[in-house]
Design a protein around this ligand. Sequence first.
Ligand code: 8YV
Length: 327
Amino acid sequence: AASKCCGRRMSMPDLLLIGDATEEMLHRLSEKFNIHALADIADPIAWLAKYGDKIFYVATNGHDGILPAYMEAMPNLKVISCYGVGYDAIDTAAAAARGIHVTHTPNVLNAEVASTALLLMLACYRNFLAEDAHVRSGAWEREGNAPLSRSADNQTVGILGMGRIGQAIAQKLAPFNAKILYHSRSAKPVEYIYCDSLIDMARQSDVVICITPGGPATRHLVNADVLNALGPNGTLINVSRGSVVDEEALIAALQDGRLGWAGLDVFEQEPKVPETLRVLSNVALLPHVGSATVETRAAMGNLTVDNILNHLASGSVISPVPECAHL
Ligand code: 8YV
């Protein structure tokens, strides 16, 4: 029904929903908009050719973003509201050039994504998955105690990306007595040690945690050389975007023992994860759940909707991406 405009409530503006939304988001949006879910539209290009000029608002997420062809087919588009902080799947330059506000959900997920980074780090250091299996399989009773793991305390942690979430990670590491290094394009006004070379940082670090934005500028920043510098006792954690790490080089390094461990929440071809990675015992793998708790997704959903409703009421948005902040 969402794909047919005959069911429209004429007094309400139209909104295109790309990807998932929570019940609460749908409830709040449906009070003000005719919602057209892309998932219900068999041929989006044909549908947009017919109805695209009626769409003023798009709600999407960091994974799906919006295809350039869809954006072009909506000549009156005003707002693209992204349910997520990362927006590398949206062409913000094209949007800004057309005066389209792109918004995202910064801050409300900092603590959650930082917790996910620590969860993966602890899982790698303390052999969490193998130890859990040791109990479940009956090996504890049959074979005795599990092998010793490694302490996650007193480590040198290199954070790739010292933005809002990078800082939240550094703060959550304080009780672990971590020495914090970081690499980003430029030094930030933080108390941690800046490294202008990623390879140098990796060489000095026990763990590297990736939390830099995705997109062409950071693609394969973590390559074979960086992984070799981190070394056989090193751990790589990625809670940013799969594109930041050369996954093929990562798998090879983990297979050869040139890299010790990896904890990954994100992958290059989500939801596809190579079999060669899935069979390794020195990895902890999560299905892109960095911010995926009921509480944090509720906050993200509210901000996604608030940006849209604010624009509907006043013409301005609450949390634009930097590329659109001047609009
Ligand atoms: C999801 C995320 O990609 O906030 C982000 O950047 O990675 C996630 O929250 C998505 O946007 C939520 O559907």
